[in-house]
Design a protein around this ligand. Sequence first.
Ligand code: ADP
Length: 182
Amino acid sequence: MDTLGATVWTTGLSGSGKTTIARELASRLRARGAKVEILDGDVVRTNLSKGLGFSKEDRDTNIRRIGFVANLLSRNGVIAITAAISPYRAIRDEVRATTERFIEVFVDAPLHVCESRDVKGMYAKARAGEIKGFTGIDDPYEEPLHPEIVCYTATETITESADKIVTYLESHGHIPAAVAVS
Ligand code: ADP
C-alpha cells in the first residue's frame, strides 16, 4: 500500500498515553501495509539526543531533532509517530511549520490521572523533590491551541483513541480507507 507519509505528533503529560497510543496506532497501520516509524522521546534521549538534559534549551533541541527526523521520514512516504512530552507550544509550532503533513495529537489526561498511573515512578520522585523541572509539577505544560486531534485518555479506551487517529488519516488521504468486509 502506498501511504502519503505524515508526522503524527503526540504531545501530553508524562503518563498521558503517548507511547501506548503510538504503539497501538503503529501496529494497526503496519497491519494495513503502511510504512511506520515511532520516534519515542525516551528512546531518542538514549541515542540521537544522548547527553541532553531537561532545561528549556535542551528540551527544545531534543524536539527540533525529533522534528527533523520525522520530516525526513514523512516526506518519504513513512508515517512517523512521535511520542515526546513536547511541553512548549512555540517549539511544536516551529516543527509544524517545517514538517510535511504535521498532525498534532493532544493526548489529554488530567494531571491527577497521569500521576495516579505513574507509569515510570517519576511523579513520586518529582513530588519528593528528587527530580527538578518535571513537566506538570514544577515545569509548565502548554496545551495545544489548535490540535488536529484530541485523545481524552482518562475517559476513552486505547482503541477509541487510536480509532480517532486512523479515521483522521483515512479522511485526509494519508492512508486508503479500510476495505469494508461484508
Ligand atoms: P506517556 O508515553 O504519555 O508517558 P504511557 O503510554 O507510557 O504514557 O502510559 C500511559 C498509561 O495509561 C498506560 O499504562 C496505559 O495503559 C494507560 N491508559 C489508559 N487508558 C489509555 C488510553 N485511552 N490511551 C492511552 N493510554 C491509556
